[in-house]
Write a new protein. Structure first.
Length: 391
């Protein structure tokens, strides 16, 4: 199989596998007071320190979670609840129109269950959200804003947000700023302190760590209410016995990915350009989505006129090529990508889109396989579309 769906999940790095395997043979609940418990607690704290060092954060700012979705929910719901608790006027959430559903649906839940109001922040045709867009949304009524949330790197089209600029604008009005950085870790430089954000979500399996573990980086001075209650772990913000093996593997993966970032990013950017050029040779009317330069090095979003994306995906899958029509979290749902629609792509064209995403195991042969197969696959998908319309 030629795997070009690394944005959905990427294979674990060897060092991360070793870290997990080492931990699985050990015993001890980190909350226990005996020797085994204290040893487990030490290993959790060592992982916290390792992850913090890789991402420019303080260890005390790392809140371990079950993944990026939980981290996003904790930030959106927890911070907004805390803000409303201090001032009942703070019910407005400023949310990027192209966010992952972990943020979108958390905000919509707050809207339906907790009387929150959502202001959607528009992006341009390349998926870029300008700092002035955020400023204008805040200026409408600064005292009503609970928080702002804009993702660092878009999971479908790869466009990078000017996170530091956006955080600075939010802070002019003393508004907390959250960013979903799930796709950014290990792909582009991420420094929590330097970016100026207040909360940052990440997920281990996106950068070579295990699935089922993530973290929220949360500044100590940002008030946040817990979603889970019980043992009071993780600054009393995320109760539950820590996944010791998971956090160890995630921390080790982050260290490796960050250390290899420059070399890997350059390599993936070259593969990405080869892929785009090769597909254009085979399908001249293909449309490349996203920003041409402010983008993840390994994500390619392509729209194929006259095709249904799910049909094209299955044709490629039949040839041993794995890709996606968008976010893996929307798998099986036949609808146009909200990300592409937000950038102004026509709904019919948006339905004919695929995402190819590259990662640390990607090689020239993967790109060659797509180039060799895509022309015939598009032709068959177009014929199938015409047949279904005539029928």
């Amino acid at each position: 199989m030629r795997y070009l769906d690394h944005a959905a999940t990427t294979p674990m790095l060897g060092g991360a596998i070793e870290a997990v395997q080492d931990e699985l043979g050990r015993l001890g609940n980190p909350s226990s007071l005996h020797t085994a418990g204290r040893q487990a607690r030490r290993r959790v704290e060592e992982a916290r320190e390792e992850l913090a060092a890789a991402l420019g954060a303080r260890p005390s700012e790392v809140i371990f979670t079950s993944g990026g979705t939980e981290a996003d929910n904790l930030a959106i719901k927890g911070i907004s609840r805390a803000r409303v608790g201090v001032d009942d006027r703070r019910r407005r959430l400023l949310i990027g129109a192209t966010e992952h559903h972990a943020v979108l649906d958390a905000a919509k839940w707050c809207q339906s269950k907790e009387q929150a109001e959502i202001t959607w922040l528009e992006v341009d045709e390349q998926g870029l959200l300008a700092a002035e867009t955020l400023r204008a949304a805040i200026a409408d009524d600064p005292d009503s804003v609970a928080l702002a949330s804009v993702m660092w790197a878009n999971n479908e089209i790869g466009t990078l947000a000017p996170v530091a600029e956006l955080a600075a604008v939010a802070h002019e009005f003393d508004i907390p700023f959250h960013t979903d950085a799930v796709q950014a870790i290990g792909a582009v430089p991420v420094d929590f302190a330097a970016c100026g954000g207040d909360a940052l979500a990440l997920s281990g399996h996106k950068f070579g760590g295990p699935a089922g573990v993530g973290a929220l980086l949360l500044r100590r001075d940002v008030a946040c209410e817990a979603l889970l209650h019980g043992g009071g772990q993780e600054r009393d913000l995320r109760s539950g016995t820590p996944n010791v093996a998971g956090v160890a593997g995630m921390a080790r993966a982050a260290s490796i990915a960050v250390n290899d970032l420059v070399q890997q990013a350059a390599r993936l950017a070259q593969l990405r350009q080869r892929l785009i050029a090769g597909v254009r040779d085979q399908v001249p009317d293909v449309v490349v989505n996203g920003h041409p330069s402010q983008t993840l090095p390994g994500v390619v979003s392509l729209s194929f006129p006259g095709c249904q994306g799910d049909s094209l995906l299955m044709l490629l899958d039949g040839q041993g090529i794995a890709c996606s029509t968008g976010s893996a979290c929307d798998a099986g749902v036949a609808r146009a990508s909200h990300v592409l629609l937000a950038t102004g792509v026509d709904e019919v064209l948006a339905r004919g889109s695929l995402r190819f995403s590259l990662g640390h195991t990607s090689e020239d042969a993967d790109v060659d396989a797509v180039i060799a197969t895509i022309g015939a696959a598009v032709e068959r998908a177009r014929r199938a579309g015409i047949t279904s319309v005539l029928a």
